[in-house]
Ligand binder design. Structure first.
Ligand SMILES: *Cc1c(COP(=O)(O)O)cnc(C)c1O
Length: 386
């Protein structure tokens, strides 16, 4: 029996220990300290934006991004149904309401349905998009770059322009993904809308244990984001506060890890791409199974691999997961659709179709950056014997 092969685990073989040790020795372990600022600068430089604001995690980053975009409890926010629930919960933290959209074959938001929804279900009055059913103002569309793929930003940005919507990019899974073709050539996931948010949770491509980062090219928005993540202090010395702020800033310990991880990001992407190509080549020989493609015209970060079980496959999604587990291989289904989760059962949805289909037939297979070639080949061998 092979050793246990986990789905996605951290890889800490760079300077993590050195930097964390340095932070401890310097006794800078909390939200002050040079690594936090340095990590913000380095992330901003890497994704080529004006600035970055660190956070405790991706979820808190999304919360702040929505607040700074002006979302209030009176508003609605357009969100995807096929993603991790943390993308949508911040809408509810604010007391606003989500409207759930379907995905397309890339698993990211279906831009055609988004346009259809704006055209057919809403009115555009005084440059405000108003939902006809509820008369609520929709200010923001929140898109997710699922599994490291790029949402259709060309189309989504055009729709946002047409209907005066702000775009928040949940790029928590997609740091490193960028366009190689089209009008956004060279632009990274997370840097096209008003805000992008990255996550450094333990299962993401780079990790700080838990952590997140808000990025933007708008310095005024960044300033407000930093203000809100640091308790909205208007005077440091006298502790005056001009808004309800949050204690969301990253610690120096997290940032020390993050800097070491960021140094390895490009090499991680290279490993993930190689393993993806190895899986892809071998899996296409197995009847009924295939690996979903990342889009053309982008350089993906290849974060998660999506195995698709077609009808000809003799086993169901859950049988495949159970079978792999019996072979010591961890895999998992895609997330349960958010619009079908208990807190969202009464939320509005728009023509959810493809998301249901993909939920039923996708299995994520091991994709860690320390996945050895022989491990990947063992996974393929097991899939072949199903
Ligand atoms: C991981 C993730 C988040 C949340 O990030 P945390 O750092 O875990 O809070 C949000 N959205 C998506 C799509 C994610 O995958």
């Amino acid at each position: 029996m092979s050793r246990f092969i986990p789905l996605s685990v951290p890889n800490l073989k760079g300077k993590e220990l050195e930097y964390v040790t340095h932070a401890v020795e310097a006794e800078w372990i909390s939200t002050g300290g040079p690594y936090v600022n340095d990590f913000e600068l380095k992330v901003a430089e890497y994704v080529k934006v004006k600035g970055a604001v660190s956070c405790q995690n991706g979820t808190s980053g999304l919360h702040i991004a929505l607040l700074v975009c002006g979302v209030t409890r009176e508003d609605e926010v357009i969100v995807p149904t096929l993603t991790f629930i943390a993308a949508v919960n911040p809408v509810k933290y604010i007391g606003a309401e989500p409207i759930f959209m379907d995905c397309d074959d890339s698993l990211t938001m279906d831009a055609n349905k988004l346009l259809e929804f704006c055209q057919n279900e809403c009115s555009f009055i005084d440059r405000k998009l108003i939902n006809n059913k509820t008369q609520k103002h929709i200010k923001v569309v929140l898109v997710v770059h699922v599994f490291g793929n790029m949402a259709n930003m060309e189309k989504i940005m055009a729709i946002a322009e047409q209907y005066n919507l702000k775009v928040v990019e949940d790029a928590t899974e997609a740091i490193g993904t960028y366009y190689t073709e089209g009008i956004y050539t060279g632009k990274f996931a997370g840097t096209i809308g008003s805000f992008g948010v990255y996550s450094f949770n333990g299962n993401k491509i780079i990790t700080t244990g838990g952590g997140g980062m808000i990025v933007s090219n708008d310095e005024a928005l960044l300033k407000e984001a930093k203000h809100l993540t640091t308790q909205a202090k208007s005077n440091e010395l006298y502790y005056t506060h001009d808004e309800i702020g949050y204690n969301y800033r990253m610690t120096n310990l997290q940032a020390a890890l993050g800097l070491a991880q960021l140094e390895q990001l490009e090499s991680f992407i290279k490993i993930k791409e190689e393993n993806y190509n190895l899986y892809k080549e071998k899996i296409q020989e197995i009847p009924g199974l295939s690996l979903l493609d990342f889009k053309s015209g982008i350089r993906s970060n290849y974060w998660f691999y999506a195995l698709k079980c077609d009808r000809e496959c003799s086993l169901s999604r859950d049988e495949i997961i159970q079978y792999l587990l019996s072979k010591n291989i961890q895999s998992r289904p895609i997330w349960g659709l958010i619009s079908e989760q208990k807190p969202y059962l009464t939320s509005r949805t728009y023509k959810i179709e493809k998301a249901k289909h993909y939920l039923a037939c996708i299995v994520n297979i091991p994709c860690s950056t320390n996945l050895a070639k022989e491990d990947a080949l063992y996974v393929v061998e097991c899939l072949r014997n199903i």
